[in-house]
Design a protein around this ligand. Sequence first.
Ligand code: XMP
Length: 326
Amino acid sequence: TWTASNIADQLVEQVRTQVGDGRAICGLSGGVDSAVAAALVQRAIGDQLTCVFVDHGLLRAGEREQVEKDFVAATGARLVTVDAKATFLGELDGVSDPETKRKIIGREFIRSFEGAVSDVLGENAAQGGTVEFLVQGTLYPDVVESGGGTGTANIKSHHNVGGLPEDLQFKLVEPLRLLFKDEVRAVGRELGLPEEIVARQPFPGPGLAIRIVGSVTEDRLATLRQADAIAREELTIAGLDNQIWQCPVVLLADVRSVGVQGDGRTYGHPIVLRPVSSEDAMTADWTRLPYDVLERISTRITNEVADVNRVVLDVTSKPPGTIEWE
Ligand code: XMP
């Protein structure tokens, strides 16, 4: 029978068998999946595991601090942070095609993990140690949408599946590969992770890069980060966090529309709110947010975020729309 406790025990055992006395690193994104994968592997192999957090510059406000504080506090895991912002933004420069963005990000994640190996090994590096295994929090829906690792995305290449380089030097450990999100959350609770981590809404590994329709620049990231922080803050104040699956906030960087603010004409960018309700992210419905909450978000974003003069609501279910815009 399916109980979180059975599943957790079984997965821990599988990881132990696979990794033996080898060393592993686990990429942490701040999301639920990688946190649960890390906690599970830590239970299996203890300090043969080191977690690696890549700050790619595509994070939301406060996210890096949250991982460095909450996750380490919850698990006591060893954590190495890699500053890779310049590299990621350099590689993404001028790129607006969604699949190309995703593949670049998937590749750069792996390069960052490879680059972190000497830090992870520390003194052991001199003795010829290696890190053989890479732990990822890949879920069943990620695999399905990415085409099952066939190299051709059915829908989109999730960064941790369709974006992996062919000459990957790590063996993958993906204990959650057959699970859906609600099951992952149950396993996380079973492992003793706190609600702040387990109940967190999904956020994609490629981060804000796939929420800017157009190419990624520092200015655009700053604009989107500010709008996203306002939307999240108002949804939390309204007590809606547990009623929505997630609410991507998207910047239409290549679109401008005419507005009027203060004394005159503006020609700014639209921000899209994409609140969705879902069981497993394979299908989703748009969430009927209360009008007063939408109004507060819209008023604050247009007042507070420079270059944004319009807020629009995405009322498309999945299918036909996916949850993220790219
Ligand atoms: P879509 O946009 O495919 O999203 O309807 C389904 C769910 O997956 C998240 N998502 C990702 N998560 N890496 C991730 O870790 C990715 O590349 C990725 N792409 C989408 C998305 O936020 C939603 O919860």
